[in-house]
Write a protein that binds this ligand. Structure first.
Ligand SMILES: Nc1ncnc2c1ncn2[C@@H]1O[C@H](COP(=O)(O)OP(=O)(O)O)[C@@H](O)[C@H]1O
Ligand SMILES: [Mg+2]
Length: 321
């Protein structure tokens, strides 16, 4: 969590964003009906080697909306996402995808309906960007269903919309962290699922690319009815982009609801253990969260003489996740 003034973005676009003019609606799953819940966790407990991490999780993910999961390091955010993506089997409770028990669904069917961007995906040796993004199409193929021009088009659009076309021939493990992150996002987009689970999709990205990715996520939700659950570190970004905010603390949901209801000084202190000043800007409701630590720079104090060469404005930078 950083003292970030969320930058203004180019929101309210006329069509799905991206240089390719967007992700065509015909190659993906039919746009899901909006309203209701897409994914439900009922009393779900998750852990590793018998050690419980998440206990009694009750979560209803609104269909066609963006849900952001926030919370301190190690509180279980990634574990929750793994449970929702079926990478971890609950030790108690169940996860329902459109009313079906996720753990009873065929693997390929889950891959067609749920796209996951893990927090630290492993790059297969020597794979190029184009090859990796093409893997997003695998769940849609079968013994009798060969690669088609439609697959080519979907991959090209995923590359374009993430600004990774120029990297298509490069090996993924030779890219910078930010480039690699955008390539993984392209792969998940190529999967064309109605539900996206994104674990820190903005990590490694500079502020401009963070905004691009989050704008894209909103476009997918608004224009195609994609349901998104994403883990974000930056509270201001989470509040700006999410319809529904879930704050996790020590494996349990501490608060959830509309961002304005969730992000209060009290909740932030309870969840993150740090005192903050929380301010909602009018009229568009941007959020500023300024943690109150023990120190501040000498030049930021009222009446402090400006040091030669010191910046005249104290603009807060970027929200690293
Ligand atoms: N593969 C794993 N094996 C064992 N313990 C794990 C594993 N992944 C995460 N954990 C533990 O589970 C807890 C929650 O981790 P995680 O869900 O990754 O937190 P967050 O994403 O909120 O930072 C931590 O104590 C972490 O050490
Ligand atoms: Mg994590």
């Amino acid at each position: 969590m950083t003292a970030v003034q969320t930058p203004s973005t180019r929101h309210a676009p006329p069509a799905v964003s991206g240089p390719a003019g967007g992700m065509g609606p015909d190659a993906g799953p039919a746009a899901p009906a909006t309203g209701g819940t897409a994914l439900v966790a009922q009393g779900v407990s998750l852990g590793y080697q018998g050690r419980p991490v998440v206990e009694g999780l009750d979560l209803a993910v609104p269909r066609g909306q963006v849900t952001a999961v926030v919370g301190p390091n190690g509180c279980g955010k990634s574990t929750v996402l793994r449970g929702l993506a079926r990478l971890l089997r609950p030790t108690a409770g169940q996860v329902l995808l459109d009313g079906r028990d996720l753990h009873r669904m065929p693997t390929r069917q889950v891959a067609r309906e749920v796209g996951l961007l893990p927090q630290s995906p492993v790059v297969p040796d020597g794979i190029t960007v184009a090859e990796l993004v093409s893997r997003g199409r695998h769940p849609h193929r079968g013994l009798l269903r060969q690669w088609t021009r439609d697959d080519d088009r979907v991959v090209a659009e995923a590359l374009a919309v993430t600004g990774t076309e120029d990297l298509a021939g490069r090996e993924v493990d030779q890219l910078s962290g930010g480039q690699r992150q955008r390539v993984w996002i392209a792969m998940v987009l190529a999967q064309r699922t109605g539900l996206l689970l994104l674990d820190e999709p903005t990590s490694f990205l500079d502020i401009a690319h963070q905004v691009e990715v989050l704008d894209l996520v909103r476009d997918l939700s608004t224009q195609q009815g994609t349901t998104v659950v994403m883990v974000l570190h930056d509270l201001a970004m989470a509040a700006r982009y999410a319809d529904h905010l879930v704050a996790v603390r020590e494996g349990r949901i501490a608060a959830q609801g509309a961002p304005r209801a969730v992000v209060t000084a009290e909740t932030v202190e309870q969840v993150f253990g740090v005192r903050c000043r929380v301010r909602w800007e009018e009229p568009d409701g941007d959020l500023t969260v300024v943690p109150v630590g023990r120190h501040r720079s000498t030049s930021a104090r009222p009446g402090a003489a400006a040091r030669p060469g010191a910046a005249a404005t104290a603009t807060t930078a970027g929200g690293a996740s």
